[in-house]
Design a protein around this ligand. Structure first.
Ligand code: GRF
Length: 202
């Protein structure tokens, strides 16, 4: 079993996609052990609670000092036995100490074809507005490993999404989000199978 923690800040539709895929058996060999949110009012928290997944809120309000915040996050992840950490709509850059402790075991979902339209300032609707402003004919979603840069780690999965005539940022965001859900579920499934194969688990 791949013990998986998910870090969120908002609506949690990517988290929901993982929850649903585990429930339906589309994801085999992974279980959610913790959901960490940077905001106490994130809808993602109620999605986790509805599936009985433990939650932990670690935002600036709860831990004003970055050092304390990252120590609390690291200890919550360790305590839950997290083996994979999924950043799903998590709107903060993880402290280097967490990246180092969990190196190679943190993935992020980004709503563009990295290396385009990513990095500092490229998140949420800003990504899609930039894609449209540049007149791109296609966009996409990317799952990548997290390193100490912003959206710079090795790419795990990527899928293209067409930009259609008349698309506005909301329309493009919605189409890309569907692809995010699909490739994030595929990525967790891949990593779960890989870990379970290594451990000789079925
Ligand atoms: C999504 O657009 C995703 O690209 C980004 O965060 C946004 C919200 O995701 N990572 P979610 O609905 O909170 O999963």
């Amino acid at each position: 079993m791949l013990n998986t923690a998910v870090m969120v800040s908002g609506g949690g539709t990517n988290l929901q996609a993982i929850l649903d895929a585990i429930e339906s058996g589309e994801i085999e060999g992974a279980r959610l052990v913790l959901v960490i949110s940077s905001r106490a009012d994130a809808r993602a928290l109620s999605r986790a609670a509805a599936h009985g997944v433990p939650t932990f809120v670690a935002g600036k309000a709860e831990f004003p000092l970055a050092e304390e915040r990252s120590a609390a996050i690291a200890s919550a992840l360790r305590g839950a036995g997290a083996e994979l950490i999924v950043l799903a709509g998590y709107m903060h850059v993880l402290e280097p100490r967490i990246i180092r402790e969990f190196e190679g075991r943190i993935i992020n979902i980004h709503p563009s074809l990295i290396p385009k339209y990513c990095g500092l300032g490229f998140y949420g609707k800003r990504v899609h507005r930039a894609v449209l402003a540049a007149g791109e004919r296609e966009s996409g979603a990317t799952v990548h490993y997290v390193d100490e840069g912003v959206d710079t780690g090795p790419i795990l999965l990527q899928e293209r999404v067409p930009v259609l005539e008349g698309d506005d940022a909301d329309g493009l965001a919605a189409r890309v989000l569907e692809t995010e859900h699909r490739i994030l579920v595929r990525a967790v499934n891949l990593l779960a199978k890989e870990k379970n194969r290594k451990n000789g688990e079925v």
